[in-house]
Design a protein around this ligand. Sequence first.
Ligand code: NVA
Length: 311
Amino acid sequence: MALRHLLRDDDLTPTEQRHVLELALAFRDDRTFRQPLRGPQGVAVLFDKPTLRTQLSFATGIAELGGFPVVVDGRLAQIGVRESIADTTRVLERQVSAIVWRTHGQDRIEEMAAISTVPVVNALTDDFHPCQILADLLTIAQHRGGTAALAGQTLAYVGDGANNMSHSYLLGGATAGMHVRIGTPEGFPPAPAVLADARRIAAGTGGSVHVTSDPADAVAGADVVATDTWISMGDEDEADRRALPFVPYQVDDELLAHAKDDAIVLHCLPAYRGKEISADVIDGPRSAVWDEAENRLHAQKALLTWLLEHA
Ligand code: NVA
């Protein structure tokens, strides 16, 4: 089988995505039903940016798969500074069965995957967060009666249209056959190339893509309403530019009134109550964020299992 990586959401075909999600549902029912890392085998988990859920869920998940996580603090490893990405990759692949990396530019993880002989997983870059979207799709499947229910669901994401979550919702949602609606202020549009890819994928899956600067239009009739911080890791110096434009995009009860009555709310966390989401909504009955946080574990175990089967 050919070596596979997950660098962006459309690295999985619709069939493959569905397969990984089915596997994740099985892991949710029985946390050790498969142990592809038994031996045990190590998996390197590298962080060039802050983390809570990603480190927790990969470390827990890798142990539950029978292996052991080797968590590397990027401030110590200084990948691309102290030694090149290529040299780092050559060292890692000699000792571990897979590499999970949270870093800055997408080009960095692409450079690693281009030469790696073991699977490489994007644990968030500036451009994509595909592991989170797998967990989100799993959460939607959980609340809607299975993976078959994903196609045709309307997913509205309201917030920074140019960030990693927006891009991953576009690609991952389109792959799942969903209607993806992005509500974002002028000046923060999704990358045109990502939008084009999402539209092309949606044309093949029966999904669709809609981008609007009207938050109510984005949320109208939605089955799922998602948001994310207005200031992503690395955007901190833009706090002033971002302070005002996003205010009308807060997911609160008023905005949520435009969605379906049974709409669920997602947030990848960390959440800033009173900014992108109101406390009433995130702590209220329509919030599925704690299921979503748990589902990181099941989704990543399924992904690693699938990638190791192809390695
Ligand atoms: N867009 C956010 C996601 C955090 C999980 C960030 O990149 O900081």
